[in-house]
Structures are given as C-alpha cells and as structure tokens.
Write a new protein. Structure first.
Length: 183
C-alpha cells in the first residue's frame, strides 16, 4: 500500500508541470536632463552591527542583525552649476563658476546575516528601511572623510583639459575662470 502510494505520488509529480504566474508593471515617472561628470568612484565594504532592545539587553527583548554593506560612491562635478559662454567672433569658450566636486550618487547593496529577534521585539519593515537609510548615511559620512574629493578635484583639471582639446580641434580656444581647489 505504501509502495502504491509512493508510485502514484511520483507519477503525479513527474506528469504535472509547476506553474508560476507573475505580473509586473513598470512606469517611467520622470525624465530629467543632467550635465554631471563623474570623475572618481570609491568602493566601500562594511560590516554593520545593528542592535535594538527595550530597557534591558536580554535576549527576549533584543533584536539584532549583522549586515554587510557594499557601496559605490560617485564623486564629480555638476556642470549645470557652471557658466558656459561662447564668443563666436573670437571663437572663444569661457567657462566660469566650475563647482567643487560633490557626491553625485551612492549605490549600495545590503546583505543581512544573523538576524535574531527577541520574543517581545521583532523586526518590522520600518526597521529594515531605517537600517538601509542608516547604512547609506554612514557610507556618505565615510566618503566625505575620505580623499575622494581631493582625487576628484585633480580629475576636474583633466575634464577641463579635455574641453580644451575638443575646442582647439574645432578651431576654438577655451578660457577658464578658476578651477576649485580641494583641501
């Protein structure tokens, strides 16, 4: 009887197809023109220890997680803040108000390890959102303290020199007001 049940179960399992249905809608919300140049990317990896408890750090009141954050921080200049003026008579391009390098984007991935919840304290979706925001802010603060900005400042000079080469190829010259110095 057991063998017959196993054979019928096996036959049903091999003869039927597993069906998965999914549905998705993607909506493009907004398109915005930008003029930003990434001059340096920094890659960060960090282990982040999160702990939350009520009054007493006992296991029934504690929730904790070990999180690995991997991030790419892009630093560069926002050319929308600069002023470009062309004088066609003298074939001169004037570039003024080149901004200092800034963080243009932070792309990060989070992997959760060792998630432990207490009997009276468990994770909510808001907790995971808060952890995500805190991890991104920590990466931002680390990037601000790093030497990415001084390296990006040196790269700005290369970007300006590239403008000059392109302009000179077309018979123009480029005059730059100042290139911001990074300390």
């Amino acid at each position: 009887m057991v063998v017959l049940g196993y054979l019928i179960s096996d036959w049903i399992h091999t003869r039927t197809e597993k069906r998965i249905s999914s549905n998705s809608e993607i909506i493009l919300e907004k398109v915005k023109k930008v003029a930003k140049v990434i001059t340096i990317e920094g890659y960060f990896s960090e282990m982040y220890d999160y702990k939350d408890f009520y009054n007493f750090d006992w296991s029934i009141f504690r929730k904790k997680a070990l999180i690995r954050v991997k991030a790419r921080v892009s630093v560069g200049i926002n050319l929308e803040k600069a002023t470009f003026t062309a004088d066609e008579k003298s074939k001169t391009l004037y570039i003024k108000n080149i901004p200092k390098p800034e963080i243009l984007s932070i792309d990060h991935d989070i992997d959760y390890y060792d998630i432990t919840e207490g009997t009276f304290n468990s994770f909510t979706p808001e907790d995971f959102n808060k952890i995500n925001e805190d991890a991104k802010e920590h990466i931002r603060q680390t990037a601000l303290k790093s030497d990415l900005f001084s390296q990006a400042g040196h790269q700005v000079e290369d970007v300006v020199n590239t403008f000059k080469v392109f302009a000179e190829t077309a018979g123009w010259k480029v005059e730059v007001d100042t290139i911001p110095l990074i300390n």
